[in-house]
Design a binder for this molecule. Structure first.
Ligand SMILES: Nc1ncnc2c1ncn2[C@@H]1O[C@H](COP(=O)(O)OP(=O)(O)O)[C@@H](O)[C@H]1O
Ligand SMILES: Nc1ccn([C@@H]2O[C@H](COP(=O)(O)O)[C@@H](O)[C@H]2O)c(=O)n1
Length: 202
């Protein structure tokens, strides 16, 4: 199994890059795990308590479960990937059966901050987009898809997202094998990653 970790700040285009990679690759050969599925269970908290959580700090992620799941997949076993709701700020209780594939992609803002996970990645990719570009994309996406309003996105950006990005995410570029510049759609870089994957699938 080839395990590829794709990190980068919110709105840099990780999900988009993953979808571009999956596009035209043989179906069923490449699997995806999203770090978002592994936000810690917050069922014991009220909604008002949940919205105060710093979701850009590594402690908000259940890295233990993510690592266990990745090891299971590596050992050839399927896992039940939790489904996360950005509207409820909690897991939904549903899971998605995720089967081991020849190539597994793990994507998320904080995945390179965890040394054990880093160790498991054969290829580490960092997707870069400038912070103003990311904020614009985040605003549009969170308002249209994640049930947020302008004030919520901007206050989260100023209070937690920006400082956490500077402290935990940006320094992870140091560990990247490949940095994809993604201020504009970058088909060349995506094609290079696809070529690497195709070589593994032969
Ligand atoms: N290169 C790009 N140029 C313009 N918009 C982009 C680009 N890459 C992604 N987007 C858009 O930005 C938003 C956030 O992208 P997404 O892939 O969800 O980022 P991430 O998973 O890193 O948070 C989406 O609406 C997506 O369509
Ligand atoms: N309940 C939550 C959980 C996380 N977030 C934000 O999601 C961002 C990470 O997801 P991307 O798809 O953008 O990589 C992160 O910056 C968290 O602030 C949230 O808003 N609500």
């Amino acid at each position: 199994m080839l395990i590829i970790g794709i990190a980068g700040g919110t709105g840099c285009g990780k999900t988009t890059v993953v979808n571009q990679i999956l596009d035209q690759l043989p179906e069923g050969e490449v699997g995806v795990i999203s770090q978002d599925s592994y936000y810690k269970d917050t069922s014991h908290l009220s909604y008002d308590e949940r919205i105060k959580i710093n979701f850009d700090h590594p402690r908000s992620i259940d890295f233990e479960l993510l690592e266990t799941h990745l090891r299971e997949l590596k050992n050839g076993n399927p896992i039940d990937q939790p489904v996360y709701s950005f509207v409820k700020h909690n897991r939904t209780g549903d899971t998605v059966k995720t089967h081991p594939r020849k190539v597994m992609i793990v994507e998320g803002i904080l995945i390179l901050t965890n040394p054990e996970l880093r160790e498991m990645f054969d290829i580490k990719i960092f997707v870069h987009a400038d912070s103003d570009e990311r904020l614009i994309r985040r605003l549009k996406r969170d308002i249209s898809e994640r049930g947020r309003d302008l004030d919520e996105v901007l206050s989260r950006y100023q209070n937690t997202l920006k400082p956490m990005h500077q402290q935990f995410i940006e320094p992870m570029k140091e560990y990247a094998d490949i940095i994809i510049p993604n201020n504009k759609y970058n088909t060349v870089a995506v094609d290079i990653v696809k070529t690497i994957i195709n070589q593994r699938l032969i």
